[in-house]
Design a protein around this ligand. Structure first.
Ligand SMILES: NC(=O)c1ccc[n+]([C@@H]2O[C@H](COP(=O)([O-])OP(=O)(O)OC[C@H]3O[C@@H](n4cnc5c(N)ncnc54)[C@H](O)[C@@H]3O)[C@@H](O)[C@H]2O)c1
Length: 340
């Protein structure tokens, strides 16, 4: 991608991972120009990209990826597409899955169709480790069968396989990244790390699902963004790449680590009924992406500490939006997550 300027369409760039990706890419590659297409749903927030408002290689367009006319206009002149726009919260998908299939599945179809029509040089779909489902032992490889278990992960799996099918069937230069649980600054405070940190800072209870022994792989957002760029530049057409660190942590351990960093008591933990269908363990083998030269640079304990302290020092960002999550959390608690 060096040399002549290339315009890249990033979808969902006002979200958590997308905003970090855009900032990293513009900083590290002077030949990249970015158009960010985002409809600004409840979790989209352009203030994450405030620093770029006057950046000469950055443009923001408010629009829905499900709208073929907007997608056609926005993709015009783009050499590549990195597609992150999604409904991303599993709990919400349990209450109402419809918008998940509209955005995550049908929206991806609209983008792929336009990419095929215009003949973009590269299309990268940002998928998730949740497509594999749970695994008691061992690590999933990219060639393993997919067994998604929630409306969210099924909507992502359909899109993941659709992107790969466009490489196989139409020759589109498509690749897929399957990322682990991502954490870092500017994550919407309904996700576990910012939810627990912000609750603890306000001396509110931390609702821990079931026995808390669910295992997750944790990837820092800058490592995830770097992995996406690596696969965009070097990934092989029609292939998927797992994006995983070496850090596997149970939810209960994560909760204790957060409380310890903040000097808050374990009595803030409130056990609630487990999420219906909660996958027990996600685990992926990352040797394929390592062959492209990617390695996670962040060590979990230090990166978690830095992240927790960022939320402590940037209350102004999350306090403004935290209230918006309250209605959903209360409603969800009535449906599923009662105290036990
Ligand atoms: N956060 C994680 O732990 C994680 C892990 C692996 C993969 N992923 C995937 O990475 C991507 C980004 O995740 P995130 O955590 O940054 O999500 P996020 O919820 O923070 O951001 C999603 C963005 O997409 C936008 N969006 C939603 N629907 C849209 C539509 N119809 N048209 C245009 N824009 C729309 C939102 O406004 C928001 O800015 C998602 O595809 C997600 O499935 C996330």
């Amino acid at each position: 991608m060096a040399g002549k300027r290339k315009k890249i369409l990033v979808t969902g760039g006002a979200g958590f991972i997308g905003s970090h990706l855009i900032k990293l890419w513009l900083k590290t590659n002077p030949s990249v120009e970015i158009v960010n297409l985002d409809s600004l749903t409840y979790c989209g927030d352009p203030s994450r990209l405030e620093d770029l408002r006057r950046h000469e290689r950055y443009q923001f367009i408010k629009g829905n990826i499900c709208d073929p006319d907007i997608v056609k206009d926005t993709m015009r002149g783009c050499a590549g597409v990195v597609h992150l726009a999604a409904e991303s919260h599993v709990d919400r998908s349990l209450l109402d899955g419809k918008v998940f299939f509209q955005t995550n599945t049908c929206g991806t179809y609209v983008l792929l169709e336009e990419a095929r029509r215009t003949g973009v040089e590269r299309f990268l779909f940002v998928s998730t480790d949740e497509v594999y489902g749970s695994r008691p032992k061992g690590f999933f490889k990219e060639t393993d069968a997919l067994h998604p278990t929630s409306p969210y992960s099924v909507s992502k799996t359909a899109a993941d396989l659709l992107a790969l099918s466009y490489a196989h069937t139409y020759g589109l230069n498509a690749v897929v990244t399957r990322g682990g649980n991502t954490f870092g600054p500017y994550q919407y405070p309904e996700k576990v790390v910012p939810l627990f940190v912000s609750n603890a800072l306000s001396n509110k209870r931390l609702p821990l699902y079931g026995d808390g022994l669910q295992v997750r792989n944790w990837v820092h957002v800058e490592d995830h963004a770097h992995a996406i760029i690596t696969c965009f530049e070097k990934g092989k057409k029609g292939e998927a790449y797992n994006v995983a660190s070496d850090d596997y942590v149970t939810n209960v351990d994560l909760t204790h680590q957060i409380l310890k960093i903040l000097g808050k008591p374990a009595s803030l933990i409130q056990k609630v009924t487990d999420r219906p269908g909660h996958d027990r363990r996600y685990a992926m083998n990352a040797s394929k992406i390592k062959k492209l030269g990617w390695r996670p640079k962040r060590k979990f304990a230090a990166a978690l500490r830095e992240t927790v302290l960022w939320y402590r020092d940037n209350r102004i960002w999350w306090e403004r939006i935290k209230d918006k999550t309250a209605d959903f959390k209360n409603y969800y608690a009535k449906q599923y997550a009662r105290s036990v």
